[in-house]
Design a protein around this ligand. Structure first.
Ligand code: CAA
Length: 284
């Protein structure tokens, strides 16, 4: 089955990026968020991204306008999902919130619709268990910033069908991404490797080994990473980083995944990174 109609649920930084690349791949996109102002902000941001790309010669004005015209705000989950071939949820990284949403989507979507989660670490098999279509539930994990990063980590739950995998992988390729197949283990591959590194960088700061700038400088200049782990944590969101470390810790029961207390206290303080104006760095 080829995907033409995509619903994106959640208009934060990930949902916005996914809506943009889906529209640029030629799909009709419906964007829904429980907070409607987030959809307006997201559409304005996509508009800016698309016109920025025209100015840089990445695509033509006409292509930008066509992509923009394919994205529409939806007023309800029902409106977003009822005739979608694929629904991608990109809401908060919380098992209960995602299960509640997936159960609702299962009831509004048609029988053929594929339900994908952009979860960065939660078990896809467990998410699928609240639906009546576990063969059509899959993880479609985009990287931030979505329009730039070339990977989609595609996670197969235990019951995900070959057809669902092939359909989603084909769409990822149409979006200009490389789809890599991964089994359903805590943190998958990306965050099982990335997040302990970020957590260790936070411990290094917590223990006073070096300043945030020096820690990031070591990793940028010494390891050729495009940005240091603390700056990257700020980009991802410290609440998301903490949620992923907790999933690894719970999922493996191994103390090597314990979240750094400093990460936890920053999240409690509301210092969530770029999106809140302050994390390990200040963005005000
Ligand atoms: N949205 C769209 N495009 C963006 C962007 C954004 N938020 N931020 C940067 N870009 C684009 C810029 O427009 C620019 O495009 P051109 O080359 O066409 O002009 C390009 O990216 C480079 O940007 P800059 O020159 O401003 O800055 P940079 O060279 O430092 O690159 C970066 C910025 C792409 C973010 C780079 O630092 C990078 O690759 N960082 C690492 C990002 C990363 O590791 N992401 C994965 C995070 S993990 C994750 O997402 C999964 C998870 O579950 C936690």
């Amino acid at each position: 089955m080829g995907i033409n109609k995509v619903a994106v649920i959640g208009a934060g930084q990930m949902g916005s990026g996914i809506a943009q690349v889906a529209a640029q791949a030629g799909c009709e996109v419906r964007l829904y968020d429980a907070e409607s102002e987030r959809v307006s902000r997201s559409l304005a941001g996509i508009e800016k991204q698309l016109s920025g790309g025209v100015a840089k010669g990445k695509w033509t004005q006409e292509q930008a306008e066509q992509a923009r015209s394919r994205i529409r705000a939806a007023g309800s989950l029902q409106e977003a999902g009822e005739d979608a071939d694929l629904i991608i949820e990109a809401i908060i990284e919380n098992m209960n919130a995602k299960k509640t949403l997936l159960a609702e989507l299962d009831s509004v979507a048609s029988a053929q619709t594929i339900l994908a989660s952009n979860t960065s670490s939660l078990p896809v098999t467990e998410l699928a268990s609240v639906t009546g279509r576990p063969e059509q539930v899959i993880g479609m994990h985009f990287m931030n910033p979505v329009p730039v990063m070339k990977l989609v980590e595609v996670i197969r739950g235990l019951r995900t069908s070959d057809e669902t995998y092939a359909t989603v992988a084909e769409l990822a390729e149409r979006m200009g991404k490389t789809a890599l197949e991964v089994r359903d283990f805590p943190g998958f591959v990306s965050n099982r490797i990335l997040m302990p590194m970020i957590n260790e960088a936070v411990y290094t700061l917590y223990e006073g080994v070096a300043s945030a700038e020096a820690i990031d400088g070591v990793m940028r200049l010494g390891m050729n990473h495009p940005m240091g782990p603390l700056a990257l944590a700020d980009l991802i969101g410290l609440d998301t980083c903490l949620a992923i470390m907790e999933t690894l810790h719970d999922g493996f029961g191994d103390s090597k995944y314990r979240p750094c207390p400093l990460l936890r206290s920053y999240v409690h303080a509301g210092w969530l990174g770029r999106k809140s104006g302050r994390g390990f760095y200040s963005y005000e």
